[in-house]
Design a protein around this ligand. Structure first.
Ligand SMILES: Nc1ncnc2c1ncn2[C@@H]1O[C@H](COP(=O)(O)OP(=O)(O)O)[C@@H](O)[C@H]1O
Ligand SMILES: [Mg+2]
Length: 232
């Protein structure tokens, strides 16, 4: 039975889609049995495709999978597949949940890139085994984490992953406050991922960090490996 991992923050630009792709790709690399892994999304821009360097056209997506149990399935990497979103107004919650249950029979892990979308997110959270929250180290975003924790199923929250860190004093203070909040919990706060031009270049080339030999990216791999250990 596959596991469902949701990457979620109501804020845009924190790196949900990019992080989802890096983690899912890491999961395929770590899996000695080469099981298939799936990414689904509530992002109607399907940013994951461009982060993966895929320019494939598609005309059906998650809604078709819900209606017909079949639809477009895009291969991103070896053992890594993606169901695009063509219509974000998915009202059939029961169908969505049934689909995820069925997909769990076929895929070892299902990663969900959860952009705030009416209705969809609530169902994704309900279907999740684990949740990872990417965050900026600023007041608004750390506050939105507290709100999210208050309203979500806390036991599913496994990892907080600060991203786009620019090493300011303020950010370091927010990191410290998060450390204090989570140190006696079983929630993993990873080391922060720096805002990095090298990452920007990789994204432009449609490559993941696991496909680069750039030494400057080595330190960025550590938070991902820690997150992946905590999520299993
Ligand atoms: N650590 C990072 N360093 C540099 N650019 C980043 C980093 N993390 C994300 N980005 C870039 O920031 C933008 C937003 O990331 P994205 O994953 O699309 O956020 P979200 O899905 O939360 O809206 C993208 O252009 C992405 O390439
Ligand atoms: Mg996104």
């Amino acid at each position: 039975m596959g596991k469902v991992i949701t990457i979620k923050n109501n804020k845009g630009g924190v790196g949900k889609s990019w992080i989802t792709l890096q983690l899912a790709h890491l999961a395929t690399i770590c899996d000695e049995n080469q099981n298939d892994i799936l990414i689904i999304t509530s992002d109607s821009q399907n940013n994951i495709l461009s982060y993966a360097g895929i320019e494939e056209d598609f005309n059906s997506g998650l809604d078709s999978w819900i209606k017909k149990g079949d639809g477009e399935l895009i291969r991103l990497r070896q053992n890594l597949y993606y169901i695009p979103l063509t219509n974000y107004k998915i009202s059939n919650s029961i169908g969505l949940k049934e689909l995820i249950k069925t997909l769990k029979n076929k895929y070892k892990y299902i990663f969900i890139d959860a952009t705030p979308t009416l209705n969809l997110d609530k169902n994704f959270i309900e279907m999740s085994d684990s949740i990872l929250i990417p965050t900026f180290l600023d007041q608004v975003t750390t506050k939105s984490i507290s709100n999210f924790i208050a309203e979500t199923e806390l036991e599913k929250l496994r990892v907080i992953m600060p991203n786009r860190f620019t090493r300011t004093k303020k950010e370091k203070d927010y990191y410290k406050s998060l450390e204090d909040i989570f140190k006696s919990s079983n929630i993993t706060l990873t080391l922060p991922i720096s805002q990095s031009g090298e990452i920007g270049k990789l994204i432009d080339r449609g490559k993941t960090i696991w496909e680069s030999n750039n030494k400057k990216l080595k330190s960025i791999m550590i938070p991902f490996i820690d997150a992946w250990e905590a999520l299993q």
